[in-house]
Design a binder for this molecule. Structure first.
Ligand code: ADP
Length: 384
């Protein structure tokens, strides 16, 4: 429990509640917003002030379970309607606390969004306040919950991703042993071992790349970078495969647009986008790479005429290891880490990335970065 909560609990429980009260309802405009606050003349002053001061949800219930004091956040979360506590689970906690006299602490989930698809995780504490009142405090733990979930998923995914090629290598080594008298079979299995080993090394390389990106501040060692150089380097890395599949890589837009950053990382990001565009498009299709700049923002868009991404999956493609079609991506050597790396590179450069896609029509991934102004210098004072 946080120290602030402990203090608040101590203050709350230490205060006595006077008898014979009249509830006054006031609409109080406070701290620049219009949240309604309900004040009871008999709620002790100390509690009034503490609830006014807290930026998390806190409310006081009278013996009839009317809300007699509530902080602004209570209304933000929709915990109160018509001066009544509107959350069943918390209301049950209140009943329990009245019955036992013991404070309780529990995590509750609020459904949010038009279809209840988003959740808010609140850590709720309920305690008696004197003999008549009950105090409810709720702290938003959604961010911590989400981080923990991402961490758990990441570890589960890494284990899964590593287990697949390791398992294959182990089986192939047994197969090699059995086929030791058959040179053709040995060559075939040896080739497969090589493929799986490459896969393992690509996954480890990309995981290391990702952790490095999360730990470093790119802009501390940044230089002025010409985006044309980034685009040509990324195209060079993809020409062979594009040519082999009869695909056209068309570059357009403004020349000599500059950003402040790290050329290797920016090339890696654009390379990943172009490689994906090739990977998820049919032979002989066209891929466009355009660079534009307006109002100090550089936009680099990679557009393909490929298979596209379903609407439901689109927001998830930047998650680590997320793949629309697991089997297809894995068969073509995908790790599900490419777009996550792009997102981190772009964020480290103070930019963002957006994706547009239509199934069967194609996709466009657009990176936006702050443009280097004509007189801006690299952080170390380097000037061209
Ligand atoms: P992968 O290594 O699997 O390509 P990425 O992180 O680069 O991983 O991409 C995540 C998923 O997003 C891919 O598995 C694929 O399903 C989808 N995807 C990415 N780029 C495209 C694209 N240009 N067209 C269609 N689907 C794409």
């Amino acid at each position: 429990m946080e120290t602030g909560w402990l203090v608040l609990f101590s203050v709350a429980l230490g205060l006595t509640v006077g008898a014979g009260f009249v509830i006054l309802l006031h609409a109080v405009e406070r701290r620049g917003n219009n949240a309604m606050s309900i004040v009871s003349s008999s709620v002790p002053d100390g509690i009034d002030q503490v609830i006014d001061a807290i930026d998390f949800a806190g409310l006081v219930l009278d013996p009839s379970n009317n809300v007699v004091k509530a902080s602004t956040a209570v209304y933000t979360y929709g915990l109160v309607a018509n001066q009544i506590l509107a959350h069943d689970e918390i209301a049950e906690l209140v009943v329990e606390v009245r019955r036992t006299g013991e404070p309780v602490n529990q995590e509750v989930t609020l459904a949010r969004g038009p279809f209840g698809e988003a959740s808010i995780h609140l850590e709720v504490q309920v305690a008696r306040l004197g003999s008549r009142y009950v105090l409810v405090l709720a702290e938003d733990r959604t961010e911590a919950y989400r981080l923990e979930e991402t961490r758990r998923d990441f570890i589960a995914n890494i284990s899964h991703e590593l287990k697949t090629p390791i398992g294959a290598i182990s089986l192939l080594s047994e197969a090699l042993d059995v086929a030791s008298d058959d040179p053709a079979q040995v060559r075939r299995f040896a080739k497969q071992v090589g493929t799986e080993a490459n896969r393992l090394s690509q996954i480890t390389r990309e995981i290391i790349e990702l952790s490095r990106l999360q730990a470093t501040d790119v802009l501390a060692t940044a230089k002025r970078i010409d985006m044309s150089a980034v685009v040509s380097a990324a195209l060079d890395q993809n020409h062979v495969i594009a040519d082999a599949r009869g695909m056209t890589l068309a570059v357009g837009g403004s020349k000599h647009v500059e950003v402040i950053g790290d050329e290797t990382l920016l090339t890696l990001a654009v390379n990943n986008l172009v490689a994906n565009a090739i990977q998820y498009s049919p032979d002989r299709s066209r891929i466009g790479i355009g660079v534009h700049h307006t109002d100090g923002v550089v936009e680099l868009a990679v557009t393909d005429q490929g298979i596209g991404i379903p609407d439901d999956d689109l927001p998830r493609v930047f998650e680590r290891f997320f793949r629309v079609d697991q089997a297809r991506s894995r068969n073509t050597g995908g790790t599900g880490l490419g777009l996550s790396i792009v997102k981190h590179v772009v964020q480290n450069h103070g930019g963002d990335i957006r994706a547009w896609s239509q199934v069967g029509q194609g996709s466009t991934f657009t990176i936006r970065l702050p443009e280097a102004s004509s007189d801006s210098v690299a952080p170390q004072g380097e000037k061209r």
